[in-house]
Design a protein. Structure first.
Length: 299
């Protein structure tokens, strides 16, 4: 549904859908995917030539282009009825529910790790209200339900190999109903952090305001007025919520014995949680600047 809708919108704008959106190749039976006898699933797309992807932000321009691509994604799908989409991962960004899972992990303390992270636990307990902010606004009708990508990392954008301009959004398996501020926020969490996600030296962790400004510019320029004013004003909250949620998930997994996220060393998930906490703390220090930046783009 999404691919077909995007294709038609791109055609209306005079674009090239075979390069600017994923084109599914149907099976000989007319299905959108193939399932083998071992219950493995396969899907085929039309190959997009002369393109490349980046795992990390090598140039600020790449981050801007990524922002523009995901903003354009929002613009293209702004008239699509998001409620028609299947929720691929139920409650994926249901932060209040994630908070309840966190509380349960703290209470059970099955691996006797609570004593190692009391400060981190208290941090998330003190931010319960922040975690409920966005879904409360959605429930009140102050934020609209949108088609959201839910994995807005840099490497989910294909770039033209010659011009290095953003070309196409990929990895659409997590596309489902959601909030635009969450797509924006997760990109900031990943791309505007000055350190690695599992950095042990927390002095290296901060929010890059120049990168935040650059991403905001690209995202909102491409949205072209399709977002509500409340969405624009809530973009910083999106970044904060996504960082809080991710950090809380890391800490929950640490308390539950590292059963979900792959770890490479003892305490790996605790280190990850601490980087997200450090990033939230720096966002809070820079909150006024973040809010002022998005206000520049109000109609």
């Amino acid at each position: 549904l999404v691919c077909r809708f995007m294709t038609e919108e791109i055609k209306k704008q005079g674009g090239n859908p075979e390069r600017e959106s994923l084109q599914i190749i149907k099976t000989k039976d007319g299905n959108l995917y193939y399932e083998d006898e071992k219950k493995n699933f396969f899907r085929m797309y039309l190959y997009i030539t002369d393109c490349k992807a980046f795992d990390l932000v090598e140039k600020p321009e790449h981050f801007y282009e990524s922002a523009y691509a995901f903003g354009h994604f929002q613009k293209l799908l702004s008239d699509f009825p998001a409620e028609k989409l299947h929720e691929t991962i139920p409650h994926f960004h249901d932060s209040p529910q994630r908070f309840q899972h966190f509380l349960k992990a703290v209470e059970e303390d099955k691996f006797d790790r609570k004593k190692d992270c009391e400060e981190e636990i208290q941090f998330f307990l003190s931010h319960e209200k922040d975690l409920s902010y966005a879904l409360a606004l959605l429930k009140k009708g102050e934020l609209p339900l949108r088609v959201s990508h839910n994995d807005t990392k840099l490497n989910n954008v294909l770039f033209d190999a010659n011009t290095e301009k953003a070309l196409c959004i990929i990895d659409l398996d997590t596309v489902m109903p959601g909030l635009s501020i969450f797509d924006f926020g997760d990109a900031i969490r990943f791309g505007a952090n000055t350190g690695a996600e599992d950095e042990e030296d927390l002095s290296k962790i901060s929010l890059s305001l120049p990168l935040f400004s650059l991403y905001t510019k690209g995202f909102l320029e491409a949205c072209e007025g399709s977002l509500w004013e409340k969405e624009i004003l809530s973009l910083p909250e999106g970044a904060k919520i996504m960082t809080l949620e991710c950090g809380m998930r890391f800490l929950t997994d640490y308390l539950q014995g590292d059963s979900y996220f792959h770890v490479k060393r003892p305490g790996h998930n605790l280190d990850r949680a601490r980087t997200q906490i450090a990033l939230v703390k720096d966002m809070e220090k820079k909150w006024t600047a973040m809010k002022e930046e998005v206000q520049k783009y109000l109609p």
